[in-house]
Structure formats: structure tokens, C-alpha cells
Design a protein around this ligand. Structure first.
Ligand code: GN1
Ligand code: MG
Length: 364
């Protein structure tokens, strides 16, 4: 069945009976497939929805995942009545998903907005930081025990290293020989990269409800005012650490180049971007932070970058099973770019720590 037919069928199950016009593939994310599906209403006006095919290789328990998302979106919606919010559509039997064979579909309202993959404007960066900070503060009173772990050990860096080592051992795609240098470097920083995991296991950092995938393109901005409207991509909302959200956001937004830049020597942290995002994020979170969180926030950027490098590399060694790739070396290129970024972060760690301290002081 072709995709046009499939999407029409799925939309009908979500009780959209308007005149189908067609779909556009949205280049969003490395894991799920996303489509903007367009309709014409009876009065002739256009109306669109976002339909996603959830990657069930990555998300093994998609029904629980949708339960998490439903609870979290409703909790946030109640906190900001009347404002733009994400809403998941239901089928006739009140489900937020449609399962057909191996496919797992869901549908949300389409929010007209602007997203950025790269961002240099300090005000918009502050807005993005504030949006992710607010996401955590809005969920501060959410009962953590209600959330399933949609991907167990998602930011357990020790487990990510174990996975890398088993991929090296298995060498499924016969690629280990090309990447000795990358493996060795990642192993040489293992203990530092596992700082958050170890502190978490020792009960020294508070568990919060976190987003866990805070790429800047997961914030939708108002196209005119550049105010942040909503935070999207809630698949990995789980109990986590503040540093996971801050660190991943910086990893993505403050890099001089995109995360899959084939010229790793160009990768590095832009400290102006770091400062602007930190100002926004900490303006909403500083008051609730523990000293240990402040102390480890800059380091969390290195942690998340090294961790993702182990994930890209393990997937490269497995033969590209997890991340969508556009060409055979894509995961290797991503790995090298993340390693170069992580190295630059180590050089700039003192400056990053100082900026965090300044922003925390200012916000208190
Ligand atoms: C994946 O699919 P996307 O782009 O939202 C991944 C993140 C990585 C990111 C790297 C569930 O996110 O953890 O940081 O790729 N999400 C999942 O680009 O594994
Ligand atoms: Mg995601």
C-alpha cells in the first residue's frame, strides 16, 4: 500500500474525515518518521495534522510511551490554559495510537511555527533555554512514579559504554578495524563521562522529570515574535537528571557545526551560545538547584556529548540499526564530530563552569 493511502487510512482512524490533499515528509529527528498531512475542510479552508510512525526498534513499549506523553502533555496544558499546547488525537476507542502490523502511528495538532537547527541569536537562545528550563519546572510537581522508563537506562552512561564494548566484541559489520582510534579515545575518558551516572547511583543528584532529548529543534517558536511556544518530542520524558537536559541542549546548540558535520576539526563549543542558553535555562531552574547540580552542570555537556559518541559508534559497528542514516559512513561521521566537540569542551571546561556560576548568581 502506498503512503498516501496509508496516511488517509490512519487519519480516518483518528476520526479525521475531511478531504485529503496529500502529505509532506518532515525532516525531523533521527528516529521516528514524521509527516505533515494536509486536508481541506468543508468550508474550503486548509487544515493540517502531524502524523508520526514511531520507531518501535528504538521504543520497545510504545503503548506505555503514549501513556507517559498523554499524562505529561495534559499536566503542562493545565499549567498554561489558553496557550498553544500539544494535543494528541484519539481514535474512536479512546486510544492515542493506531497499530497496524509493525507500524505504530500517532497524530497531533499541527502548530504553525519556526524551528532552528542552528541558532546564534542570543535572545532566541535565551528563549530556548527558558523553554527547556520551564519544562522541568512545570513538571516539578508531577508524580515521577507515574512514568514508565520508555527506554531503560537511556542516559546511563556506564551501560552505554558496556553496549559499545559488546558491539566492538561482536563486530557485526566488520568495521572495528576502521575505528580503533575512536574506541581508544572514548575508553580513555570513560570515568569522567560516567560522572553523572555514578553520582546518580550514589544518590547525590536529585531525580527530576526530564525531557532527555533537548535538541534545540525540539522547541517550536512563534514565527513573528520568536517566543518559544512549546517543547515537542516527548518520547523520552522520564525520570532523569537536570544535567541530561542542559548537557544535551548545549551539545546540539552550542556546537559551531551541525552534529553530523564531516569536518570534525570545525566542531567546538561556541561560548556565546553557551552563555545565552545557560542564562535562559538557569533563569527558571537556578532557584531549585542543589550545589552538586550547579557543580556538575558544565561537565554534563561533556558527559552527554561523549555518551552520544559511544551510541553513534556502537550503532556504526552494529551496521546502523538504530539511527536513521543517509549514507554508509553517517554514524561514523557523527561519532567523529561528537568526539571533536567533547575534546573542545574539556579545554573550555573552566570557562563553562564560570559562566554557569555567573548565571546561577544572577538568577538567584
Ligand atoms: C535521536 O530522533 P531524535 O533526533 O529526536 C535520539 C537522541 C539523540 C539524537 C541525536 C530516542 O533523537 O537521544 O541525542 O537522535 N533519540 C532517541 O541526533 O534515541
Ligand atoms: Mg527525539
Amino acid at each position: 500500500m502506498d503512503l498516501n493511502q496509508k496516511l488517509q487510512e490512519v487519519c480516518k482512524l483518528f476520526r479525521i474525515y475531511d478531504e485529503y490533499v496529500g502529505y509532506e515528509t518532515i525532516q525531523m529527528g533521527n528516529v521516528n518518521h514524521t509527516y505533515k498531512v494536509n486536508f481541506i475542510l468543508a468550508d474550503g479552508s486548509p487544515k493540517s495534522f502531524l502524523v508520526q510512525n514511531v520507531n518501535t526498534y528504538a521504543f520497545r513499549t510504545p503503548v506505555q510511551l503514549m501513556e507517559n506523553i498523554d499524562k505529561v502533555t495534559e499536566h503542562i496544558r493545565e499549567k498554561k490554559p489558553g496557550q498553544t499546547a500539544l494535543h494528541f488525537h484519539h481514535t474512536a476507542d479512546r486510544k492515542t495510537y493506531v497499530i497496524d502490523g509493525d507500524n505504530f502511528w500517532r497524530m497531533t495538532n499541527y502548530i504553525r511555527s519556526t524551528t532552528y537547527n542552528t541558532l546564534l541569536d542570543p535572545q532566541i537562545l535565551r528563549n530556548a533555554g527558558m523553554a527547556f528550563g520551564e519544562f522541568q519546572t512545570q513538571l516539578a510537581d508531577f508524580d515521577i512514579t507515574q512514568l514508565y522508563e520508555t527506554i531503560p537506562n537511556f542516559h546511563n552512561t556506564r551501560k552505554r559504554y558496556e553496549k559499545l564494548l559488546s558491539s566492538v566484541q561482536e563486530d557485526k559489520a566488520g568495521r572495528v578495524k576502521e575505528v580503533r582510534e575512536e574506541i581508544d579515545w572514548l575508553l580513555s575518558v570513560q570515568d569522567l563521562a560516567c560522572t553523572l551516572t555514578d553520582l546518580n547511583n550514589a544518590g547525590q543528584l536529585p531525580l527530576r522529570v526530564t525531557h532527555n532529548d533537548t535538541k534545540i529543534n525540539n522547541v517550536l517558536f512563534d514565527s513573528e515574535t520568536n517566543r518559544a511556544l512549546v517543547v515537542i518530542d516527548l518520547d523520552t520524558v522520564m525520570p532523569g537528571l537536570m544535567g541530561h537536559d542542559f548537557g544535551d541542549a548545549i551539545r546540539f546548540a552550542a556546537n559551531f557545526v551541525e552534529e553530523d558535520c564531516p569536518e570534525p576539526e570545525k566542531a567546538g563549543v561556541n561560548l556565546d551560545v553557551f552563555r545565552a542558553f545557560a542564562e535562559g535555562f538557569l533563569s527558571t531552574t537556578a532557584k531549585t538547584m542543589t550545589e552538586k547540580e550547579v557543580e556538575t552542570l558544565a561537565l554534563s555537556c561533556f558527559v552527554l556529548t561523549a555518551e552520544l559518541a559511544t551510541r553513534f559508534l556502537a550503532d556504526y559497528l552494529d551496521g546502523d540499526l538504530y539511527f536513521k542514516t543517509n549514507y554508509p559512513e553517517h554514524n561514523l561521521v557523527r561519532t567523529r564530530c561528537q568526539i571533536a566537540l567533547a575534546k573542545d569542551m574539556l579545554k573550555k571546561m573552566d570557562e563553562m563552569e564560570k559562566i554557569v556560576r555567573d548565571c546561577v548568581e544572577k538568577a538567584k
